[in-house]
Design a protein. Sequence first.
Length: 442
Amino acid sequence: MTTWWGWAIRRTRASTGLLLTLLVLVTATTAILAGTVGYSGAAATTAARASLTGAVPQEAGIRVQTRQAQDPQAQDAAARRLVDEAFAPAPVSVQRTVVSEPRPVRLGEDGLEGRLVVLASASLTPEDPEVEDRVEVVEGTWPSPGAEPVQGMLHAAAAETWGVRVGDTLVVGGADVEVTGLWHPVAADDAFWFGDPLVAAGRDGTDRGPLIVPPDGVVRVVDAPFVRWTVQPDATRIQPDDLAHLASAAGSLRSSMKTPEVDVRGVTVDGDLAPTAGTAATNLATARALGVVPLSVLVLVTMLSVVQLARLLATTRETQHQLLLARGATGARCWAAPWRSPPSSRWPAPPSAAGRPGPSCRPSPPGTASGPRWCGSRCSPAPRSSRSSSPSQGSRCAGSPRGAGPTCPGAPAPRRRWPPWCWSSARRAWPGGSCDGTARRW
């Protein structure tokens, strides 16, 4: 085999053990690095999401509150747009609720202890697909929008305290409200409720309730209610790189919402999303920085192992190089030989003496026994008029390039060193053999 593939196969067979060891080492290192990086990414994502899902709602969200504007739909659209611009590209959900100030309440002619809070939201209606995860109807039915008088569903704990039953009519700040049902939260610690103690126990100090009414019912009971937007990160889609942006956006949301389209007599912001996300982002950055250390050590150890294997491979070939040097090869040629062209193309025909044309040769098929052969050619005497009739000037094959080697017996070979490659490769490169062994002296 005189091609590059043949040379590579011979080299591989000569050092099979070392090459297999090197292959196993590189493969194992690559697998460890890929597995470590993949696991680190998955662990970082899990930790980022756990930092939000494991925190209480007040620490994993933020709530903006202001007065409801004359155009509630335009105010809501402007607020949602500002929230999306502030938190993008981090995925967040926004819930809008309308709540009244605590109002005095009467049952018939008898005044009741405490004050009642009225609550309304599109997410607290039977049409919302997730309402069953938030509200459980203990008794009665959901209130109907547009009914006269206003219908509402009272918290079961507040109803028990006051002795209110389904069908009773409450007077809230001068407006009549018919109680159509009783309810309590499915999970008071759900992010939707934002940790409101009034929802959990039905009372908070002197406040009672809340009383859930249709989305248009609050303005029919009280004037100028509050409107709230609760912002919660979507923990199922959050990524580690979103934490720092969440902290920054939550910290600047109050100033972002102070626009004429949203702000009505001031804006308040509740919640500790900014410090929670900031702490999680800092911890994640620290973990990533520390994770680089073992990976760097692994890469360094692998590099040292590869160097040692390379040195061992060089040691196994030292005897070959010494043999070539002993036969007259230079160090530069020993190192450059394997990277040159394949043997079939890098073995030129031996040049003629003094580079002058010698006796002309006629090509003949290989194996023709009519005189000495070089590359399957047969010698024939040159004309007497040729200046190169002397045997010392050598012979050249007809049609071969100028400088082809001697082809006739008795032609002296010029004094030069044979290139430092394998002698058997040289013989394979010239299948026709040599003239009287002159190639041995090259």
